[in-house]
Design a protein around this ligand. Structure first.
Ligand SMILES: Cc1ncc(COP(=O)(O)O)c(C=O)c1O
Length: 425
């Protein structure tokens, strides 16, 4: 299928648009789930550690892994495409599969060029490096952005780029007045760094998969143009944003100079031709020039051409779970349905005796008698998240049936906890 046919098809479609309590002590659970006592006030530095499914006691155990969409594994069709991929030396720009993927991505993004990059972190860093070319240049980033929180300050460590932050609002956007106030006007006064770049994140990970409004992007771009700055989008989940809005990604990306978008096994970064060669140089310097990367590019091609539409299923499953949280009896959870826009769900536990880490630990273990109550053991993996919330993420590996299993387990954990509480009173 040509990309044009694909784009039309996608565009048309888009536009149509009890269990006995576990005998484990609380402290043991906390050790497994990341102690809430060590969280900072906003808590996002403590990412929690419910990391690996622990072996359950039940004979039949189902694992529903909602930790992140990064855990997704390639299915048989993708593995076949990877095995059959034609490859070459991509550092010499001779890998046909990589070259094809880059062309597909550039057309999809409606950008002049795209580059295969092994990871999202490297993609963001390359984008920062091509926009902030002088040591001490400054970028403006959201205080809750992945780039600022979770990428080890690589832009300072490796690129000599200074960051200043603006507050991320609950929908992932910024207050534009605050943004404008962060732009430096003193250059070339030797006291100040030079503002070069504004970074946005779409969808916004920490804020729960929120989709940035187009008007916000338009206004950010207008501000950037007024002051001669560039706009980079960390679009790890920009395809989720496109699907949620019923728009092709290029409509979103028209307001940015560069974007990075992820797929299983790699990343693509899009930009203008002028930025392409400097970006290729940065990628090589960072050790991201891969030789026979076509095997991974084949996975990227399949996800771009055939798997974007299915993201709608993840959004639907996330909403189904969110609704079940609201309907849970006992009423233990709080969630604002209007904020459940894509595949990432953040919710609050309004029962003060149940902490997010305790809840996540219980969801992840198979309690005694669970098999008798539910017909099987169900281990549901989620992370305690910042600001006393829990985060769950839907992806290719989670079916509607898995979502129902997670709902059963959530109801069981909630009712069990309330029974224990009443017994203890
Ligand atoms: C919004 C966002 N940006 C960047 C990254 C980093 O990607 P990677 O783990 O491929 O370096 C992630 C990873 O989940 C992400 O969610």
């Amino acid at each position: 299928m040509s990309l044009k046919t694909f784009s039309c098809r996608v565009l048309c479609k888009l536009l149509k648009h009890e269990v006995v309590a576990s005998k484990k002590t609380l402290s043991a659970r906390d050790a497994a789930a990341g102690s809430p006592g060590r969280s900072s006030a906003r808590g996002y530095y403590n990412s929690g550690k419910v990391s690996q499914p622990r072996p359950g006691k039940a004979a039949h155990v189902r694992v529903v892994d909602l930790r992140s969409d990064t855990v997704t594994k390639p299915g048989p069709a993708m593995r076949q495409a990877m095995a059959a991929a034609e490859v070459g030396d991509d550092v010499m720009r001779e890998d046909p599969s990589v070259n094809e993927l880059q062309e597909i991505a550039a057309e999809m993004f409606q950008m002049e060029a795209a580059l295969f990059v092994p990871t999202g972190t490297m993609s963001n860093l390359i984008a920062v490096m091509v926009h902030c070319r002088e040591r001490g240049d400054e970028m403006i980033v959201g205080d809750l952005s992945h780039l600022h929180i979770y990428e080890q300050g690589g832009s300072a460590q490796l690129a000599g780029v200074h960051a200043t932050t603006v507050d991320n609002l609950p929908d992932g956007s910024f207050d534009l007045e605050q943004l404008e106030s962060k732009i430096r006007h003193g250059y070339p006064d030797p006291h100040y760094p030079r503002s070069r770049l504004i970074c946005v994140e779409n969808t916004h990970n920490i804020q729960g998969g929120r989709v940035l409004p187009l008007t916000f992007l338009q206004e950010v771009r207008a501000l950037a143009d007024r002051y001669g700055l560039s706009v980079h989008m960390d679009g790890a989940r920009v395809m989720n944003a496109a699907v949620a809005m019923g728009l092709p990604p290029s409509i979103i990306l028209q307001h940015t100079h560069t974007v990075r978008s992820g797929f299983p096994g790699g990343n693509l970064t899009g930009w203008t031709q002028r930025l392409h060669n400097p970006a290729v140089r940065c990628r090589k310097a960072l050790g991201g020039g891969m030789r026979q990367a076509g095997i991974l590019a084949a996975a990227g091609k399949l996800s771009l051409l055939e798997m974007v539409e299915r993201l709608e299923e993840d959004h639907h499953n996330a909403k189904t779970f969110a609704q079940a949280l609201l309907e849970c009896d006992p009423a233990v959870f709080a969630v604002d349905m209007a904020t459940v826009e894509t595949n990432i769900l953040r919710f609050r536990i309004q029962e003060p005796t149940l902490s997010p880490s305790e809840f996540c630990a219980r969801m992840a273990e198979v309690g005694e008698g669970e098999e008798a109550a539910l017909g099987q053991g169900i281990q549901v993996l989620m992370y305690p998240h910042f600001s006393n919330t829990v985060r769950a993420v839907w992806h290719l590996g989670i079916s509607p049936e898995d979502t129902q299993l997670a709902i059963q387990k959530m109801q069981l954990v909630a009712s069990q906890h309330i029974k224990e509480k009443v017994r203890a009173q």
